[in-house]
Design a protein around this ligand. Structure first.
Ligand code: CA
Length: 233
């Protein structure tokens, strides 16, 4: 059971914590639990886990403080567990440096998929994986070297801005990217709040890429938070 990595689970609700921990262990992850923010930060520093699974609502301090504290010394993946309809908290957590979030209640298979994605991006960030040159999901293909996009075998012509958005989402496939992160990547950090222009571009992108733009298969909307590119399992 060795080699899958160590996960630090910070969650104050005992029944949820025990259930998640048992599921993680059954999947072969070494799992260490903390019931509060302070204990979680201490364990994070002493264990250097491969991933942190973090509940935002903790009794002693806010989960966002854990993110800030960890980000001072490590880029290890942080996956946030949040309650429904906490868009503001999710966006704040992501902008503070969390990698992704999962909304309660969630299924174990969804949680495992998010963990695999976060761990994979963690490996890429630390430079042990060569940069991917081609991205593929379903019948959508992106060749980053040639800047070529194909849907169902046909080349799709994207504007430069559209390509930048799609490539950024594809490079981070499986993870939600906040509006602010996309805008900063495409237009630079000094662009003011530009959600409207991003939405217009996204509508054009979907018309070009998706068979049915109203029911996207490739780029999903995370309402109030951002967009997520689908990823091949
Ligand atoms: Ca809680």
């Amino acid at each position: 059971m060795a080699g899958k990595g160590t996960i630090l689970l910070i969650e104050d609700e005992e029944t949820i914590r025990d259930f998640i921990a048992a599921s993680l262990r059954a999947q072969g992850y070494k799992t260490v639990c903390a019931g509060g923010a302070r204990e979680g930060m201490e364990l994070a520093a002493s264990l250097c886990p491969d991933l942190i699974l973090l509940d935002l609502g903790l009794p002693d301090r806010d989960g966002s403080e854990v993110i800030q504290s960890v980000r001072k010394w490590s880029m290890l993946p942080i996956l946030v567990i949040s309650a429904r309809s906490q868009e503001k908290e999710k966006v704040q957590a992501l902008d503070l440096g969390a990698d992704d979030y999962i909304t309660k209640p969630f299924g174990i298979s969804e949680l495992m998929a998010r963990i695999r994605t976060a761990l994979r991006h963690g490996t890429i960030a630390s430079g042990t994986n060569p940069a991917v040159e081609v991205f593929q999901v379903g019948d959508l293909t992106l060749d980053f070297r040639k800047r070529l996009v194909k849907a169902a075998g046909t080349e799709v012509h994207l504007t430069q801005v559209e390509y930048k958005i799609v490539a950024f989402l594809a490079r981070n496939a499986g993870r939600v990217m906040t509006y602010a992160a996309i805008i900063s990547h495409v237009w630079g950090p000094y662009m003011d709040d530009n959600n409207r222009i991003l939405r217009v571009n996204m509508a054009n992108i979907r018309r070009k890429l998706e068979k049915n733009p109203a029911e996207p298969r490739y780029i999903f909307t995370e309402i109030g938070v951002g967009y997520r590119m689908a990823e091949e399992e």
